[in-house]
Design a protein around this ligand. Structure first.
Ligand code: 5GP
Ligand code: ZN
Length: 112
């Protein structure tokens, strides 16, 4: 998708600190971390949000979820939060589906 930052990270056009790359997903550290560990897991295909990804490509949706566990474990986390912001009002600013993997501090509940 032209002008999509995350498609550009998948293609390598925009650099990122990549912690995992498979045929289905890319995971990299967030540029502006909201917790001591903050990793983004994205599907290699462009879909606007998590639900549209799941409908269009359930294999990649499952791969994103499985990768959250892998990157969390490899970061030394047993407890972590997975967030899929969906829509601008929910805080989504990049409209390429992505899981936030957050941990390394007490995250509290419910979120603000
Ligand atoms: P959203 O707000 O859409 O749920 O999350 C987008 C996330 O992408 C934000 O946490 C933001 O810090 C991160 N982000 C935006 N642009 C870049 C970038 O170019 N590189 C990296 N590593 N993270 C980015
Ligand atoms: Zn994209």
């Amino acid at each position: 998708m032209p002008d999509c930052i995350f498609c550009s990270i998948v293609s390598g056009e925009i650099p990122a600190n990549i912690v995992l790359r498979t045929a289905e997903v890319v995971a990299f550290t967030d540029l502006d971390p909201k917790a001591p560990t903050h990793i983004l897991v994205i599907p290699t295909e462009h879909h606007e949000n998590a639900a549209s990804l799941a409908v269009a490509n359930p294999i990649q949706a499952a791969a994103v979820l499985a990768a959250t566990e892998q990157v969390a474990t490899e970061s030394g986390l047993s407890d972590y939060r997975i967030v899929f912001n969906t829509g601008a009002e929910a805080g989504q600013s990049v409209f390429h589906a992505h899981a936030h993997v957050l941990g390394g501090r007490d995250l509290g509940w419910p979120p603000g």
